[in-house]
Write a protein that binds this ligand. Structure first.
Ligand SMILES: O=C(O)C(=O)C[C@]1(C(=O)O)C=C[C@@H](O)C=C1
Length: 356
């Protein structure tokens, strides 16, 4: 068969695909009408995850999981836009890793609203100026993002999804490497690239700024003074910088986990994670008794963080992630037991435990 013949077949398939996509869009429109009538959430992360898991299994590796997720991300993004005018607030400015994580979850058809800080992301969603928010929660090299943890204490919002993003930082500048004297970046990025900096730029001045996009802007504006930035490709592209070296983070698998926050949490999918926070009573054995609740009901606790409560000196709040959904019998029982040992227990949400 020659190239023209093969391309004719592709054209025919594309026509069929478009027809199928339009038929899907008609059904999605009907779903939107039903959801609005019944007061249901337009974004349904549990349904999206179940659709994706079914298709990934059906594809049996012919199209890899990553491709299926990327293709359907945009199909479902178009569906969300057909159902409603969704707005997603994220920790800005444009071009940051959080922006890329938000696009990875919600695609290109919805509206985005960059916010100057973590509190404003929470605030925009709580005041219903945005439908959902996207914030980083932890990095596999640098650990917890304490700002996000702290904001959950007084927030009425819930977690409804998570996003895992491989973070590949690079060195970007508009000057040659030999002329670099100052490195601009976000403190988290300096932390993720500590060994690389010591090896490659032991004498450079490190200047912490509020985002990698800001760093790229400063690298462009202060090029004559020997400025360069560290961050992702979108930031380099936005300010016309050249990537002088890619993937400079100390750990190749450097990954950040982001959370999607909204008014409601997510229904079960069969493979879920639950996040809670609690404060213990100030008496011997309190923390042990609280944690025994999980052991008693055979719940796998995958993470624990502590933060000062900010209400009383030396009082702490503990953040815990559990395997399972809050509607699962064992998880519900363990949380019930926790109440008997704690002065505060708050369910932050249950959401699909995706690796993506
Ligand atoms: O099934 C739904 O609830 C839909 O709104 C449709 C759909 C889809 O395109 O499959 C779109 C958005 C939702 O987040 C989940 C699924």
């Amino acid at each position: 068969m020659n190239l023209d013949d093969i391309r004719k077949q592709i054209d025919a398939i594309d026509t069929d695909l478009l027809d199928l996509l339009n038929r899907r869009a008609d059904l999605v429109h009907e779903v939107g009408v039903v959801k609005k009538r019944d007061g249901l959430q337009i974004y349904a992360p549990e349904r999206e995850e179940l659709v994706l898991r079914r298709l990934i299994e059906k594809s049996q590796g012919r199209l890899p999981e990553k491709s299926i997720r990327a293709i359907y991300r945009e199909i479902m993004s178009a569906a969300l836009a057909l159902e409603d005018d969704l707005k997603i607030a994220y920790l800005g400015p444009e071009g940051t890793w959080t922006h890329q994580a938000a696009i990875k979850k919600f695609g290109h058809s919805v509206n985005y609203s960059p916010q100057p800080n973590f509190a404003d992301v929470f605030d925009q969603v709580a005041r219903r100026r945005a439908d959902y928010g996207v914030v980083p929660i932890e990095n596999s090299t640098e650990g917890a993002v304490s700002h996000t943890l702290d904001l959950f204490v007084d927030s009425p919002l819930h977690i409804c999804a998570q996003i895992l993003m491989r973070i590949e930082n690079g060195l970007m500048a508009s000057i040659p490497r030999e002329e670099i004297k100052t490195l601009y970046s976000h403190p988290q990025v300096f932390g993720q690239c500590r060994s690389w900096i010591l090896k490659n730029f032991p004498d450079a001045d490190l200047v912490e700024v509020s985002s990698t996009t800001k760093a790229a802007q400063l690298a462009r504006d202060n090029a004559a003074q020997g400025a360069a930035a560290m961050g992702g490709p979108l930031a380099a592209e936005m300010y016309g910088l050249t990537m002088l070296e890619e993937a400079i983070q100390d750990r190749a698998t450097n990954t950040t986990r982001f959370l999607v926050i909204g008014e409601k949490t997510c229904p079960p999918t069969g493979n879920d994670r639950t996040s809670i926070l609690f404060a213990i009573q100030d008496k011997p054995g309190s923390l042990v008794s609280a944690l025994q609740a999980f052991d008693q009901f055979h719940i796998n606790m995958s993470k624990i963080e502590s933060r000062p409560s900010k209400r009383k000196d030396w009082e702490y709040i503990f953040y815990v992630d559990l395997a399972g959904h809050c509607e699962d019998k064992e998880v519900a029982a363990a949380i019930g037991e926790l109440h008997t040992h704690c002065s505060l227990v708050k369910l932050l949400g249950s959401y699909p435990d995706t690796g993506e």
